[in-house]
Design a protein around this ligand. Structure first.
Ligand SMILES: [Zn+2]
Length: 57
């Protein structure tokens, strides 16, 4: 879970999980537009395969 805080006055607005969110701060009335950038692993794969040759002699 993530803490959602106001970008202007840093009041805690809530917590949870979101991708995109627009939330209005009741204290300072700033509308906060929030977006999470998830690190998507296992999406870019294949196409170029690197073959590692480790030869120790
Ligand atoms: Zn605020």
């Amino acid at each position: 879970m993530q803490e959602i805080r106001c970008g202007n006055c840093s009041k805690k607005l809530g917590e949870g999980e979101y991708i995109t969110l627009a939330i209005k701060c009741p204290r300072c009335r700033t509308v906060n537009h929030l977006r999470t950038t998830r690190s998507t692993s296992a999406s870019h794969r294949a196409s170029d395969t690197k073959v590692l040759h480790s030869e120790h002699q």
